[in-house]
Design a protein around this ligand. Sequence first.
Ligand SMILES: [Zn+2]
Ligand SMILES: [Zn+2]
Length: 370
Amino acid sequence: MDVQIAVLRQSRGPWEFQRYPLPDPEPGAILVRISYANVCGSDLHIWRGETPVPEGGRALGHEMSGRVAALGAGVSTDSTGQPLREGDRIIYNYFFPCGRCPVCLRGMPECCPNKRRPGNGVPGRPPYFNAGFSEYYYLLPGHVCVKIPDEISDAVAAPINCALAQVIQALDSGGFRQGDSLVVQGAGGLGLNMIAAARDMGAGLIIAVDGIPGRLSLAREFGADHTIDIRECPTPADRVAAVRELTNGQGVTHAADVAGVKGVVAEGIQMLANGGTYLEIGSIVAGFAFPFDPDQACRRGLRLIGFLQYDTRVLPRALDFVRRSRATVPWDRIISHTFPLEGIQEAFEQAEWVGRNPAEAVITRAAVTP
Ligand SMILES: [Zn+2]
Ligand SMILES: [Zn+2]
């Protein structure tokens, strides 16, 4: 049977729907029927052309949930030991730390230099289904996966393997502790997940910065104590002053770039208290350089840590957090719009918020539901 995968041929589309034979899972592998594949901010960077689209096109999509379509020989449980059968719903990481390089051996698989599989996202290479905007996804032998409990819908599970796991990793690595304070720069998919996770980890104060009214009110629903509206505080100096005011002039213990917009990092560093930590997650395309005097880092005792992906041990913990907090956190509101696979061009056009009138841009996450 041939099934389809969407391939982006050039920036801003169009997409091509390519068909390939459905692979039989080899021993240890799992074939997944995709339920939800979200348009993540990093997909939008590629779609905009900020990362060039290669000659033969690129298959995209990595924030997803799915259903076991077929199990390779020898797979009978998920990574937590629960029995796994065809039809079970699962989440899984979309990258693959090698486990054998010096960085992995130091116990930092989230920083593994080999965690992007060669050929990932390259169209036409067996076993073909290596991206989320597709009907199927192929998990190679040894891949981590966790069964989704009955109480959690596919839509709620889909942001866990990218946005939520990513921000939990950042808070963990940044040494975020009970009573600490956090500025979340951007209340999109990453930002909302980070607010909820920080609250669960015992945050004393959470401040969200955004300019889109719908996102600011969602930020409060996800647990932010205060929001700073960019339309009311139009300059970086205004926003830094607002954070100082909310912290008795001290600044926050942690600030995070979850926006991926030029200028936010320099601004966020100004919001930190002495001894503060800056968590860099959002700026994933080149060209966002800014001047920084290292004297500031010495005198103020600052740290900056960057993240792209996470230790897969975070996955079951993230899923369990969503299950535990489902009565208080409106997880079902992260995805605001869904589109069929054939509607992927429209999904990206709708999800694009750069240059939009803030009052019209209400989308938090668009999802493709193949
Ligand atoms: Zn992502
Ligand atoms: Zn490695």
